[in-house]
Design a protein around this ligand. Structure first.
Ligand code: AVJ
Length: 315
């Protein structure tokens, strides 16, 4: 397994993110820290909720379009950014069967990656599986080369980036791509506000628990004393910026100590801290942002209901 990111790098990034986020006004924490073991399990649970449509819709599109993706790309290498739950990967691997020689799952967490890669290697004899531990916002230029690479960035995770970061990220991807390479990008679409908000504020409270999990992570990793029960889950639709925003609202005046940073922060009753944006797209905006990064939209597929999109783009 290639490692461009050590546990120590991750720990440093967490320290910086938490320090910067908790000393800013308004306070915020970045969504990348949701996904420890418990957070990943909670996210898996979210993907099975009736209210959370994106995973199901993306799977519908992949199932219908995998043969077209294979025909259009003839991919020899599949690079998957953010190792998924395995199911979408299996659909792609099965469809690319005729041309594919190597599979490169890329993730920030090595433990999860090695296990998933081992399983896939066992199921696909003859396929070279080369997991890479890397931060795809930092290490794009280090990813393995080769001819006819298909870079898959699925799930709608691009929505977690604010617009400026998206342009930089897509531009970085483009810079590392050659003729014959392609990008497969999953992105959630703008739709009825009530459905969007319900997808991020489910009746069973799983998303609320997922949101609060970032406080458990900070408590454990940075010796902090957040009381997660003293923060309420908030999900709202920002109609102007067309993104869902998740926040944690302090239920009372409280002081929190982050021992590992030697930092004390106060929350006022009702104060809200942003923990995630999840941008929703329209075709035109995706096409414009891809074009600005030097990528041309070749295919744009949605599920029959028009809820979610898969874009295929080329340099
Ligand atoms: C994994 C980033 C695509 O934004 O929909 C799910 C994360 N947050 N419920 C999303 C998430 C709240 C998810 N992504």
């Amino acid at each position: 397994m290639d490692r461009y990111l050590t546990a120590d790098d991750l720990a440093k990034t967490l320290r910086r993110d938490v320090h910067d986020g908790l000393t800013a006004t308004p306070k915020s924490l970045p969504p990348k820290w949701f996904y420890d073991e418990r957070g990943s399990a909670l996210f898996e649970e979210i993907t099975r909720l009736e209210e959370y449509y994106p995973t199901r819709r993306e799977r519908e599109i992949l199932t219908a379009r995998a043969p077209a993706i294979a025909a259009a790309t003839g991919a020899e290498t599949l690079l998957e950014l953010g190792a998924g739950s395995g199911e979408k990967t299996r659909l792609l691997l099965a469809a690319l069967d005729g041309t594919l020689r190597s599979y490169v799952p890329v993730d920030v967490s090595g433990d999860f990656l090695a296990e998933a890669a081992g399983q896939i290697a066992a199921d696909h004899p003859g396929l070279a599986v080369r997991p890479v531990v890397a931060d795809y916002e930092q290490h794009l230029h280090l990813l393995p080369g080769g001819r006819r690479r298909l870079i898959a960035f699925l799930g709608g995770t691009i929505g977690n980036m604010p617009p400026g970061a998206r342009v930089g990220f897509l531009g970085g991807l483009r810079a590392g791509m050659a003729d014959g390479d392609a990008l497969l990008l999953g992105a959630d679409l703008v739709k009825d506000e009530r459905r969007l908000v319900r997808a991020y504020d489910d009746a069973a409270g799983v998303t609320a628990e997922f949101n609060r999990n970032v406080l458990h992570v900070v408590n454990r990793e940075l010796d902090a004393d957040f009381d997660p029960a003293a923060f309420e889950h908030v999900a709202l639709w920002d109609a102007e910026r067309e993104w869902i925003e998740m926040r944690l609202r302090s239920a009372r005046d409280q002081d929190v100590r982050i021992g590992g940073l030697d930092l004390a922060v106060s929350f006022a009753a009702g104060e809200e801290m942003r923990t995630e944006i999840s941008a929703k797209f329209r075709r035109e905006r995706l096409e414009d942002e891809l074009r600005a990064a030097g990528l041309a939209l070749a295919e744009f597929w949605t599920d029959p209901a028009g809820d979610f999109s898969l874009s295929l783009a080329r340099p």
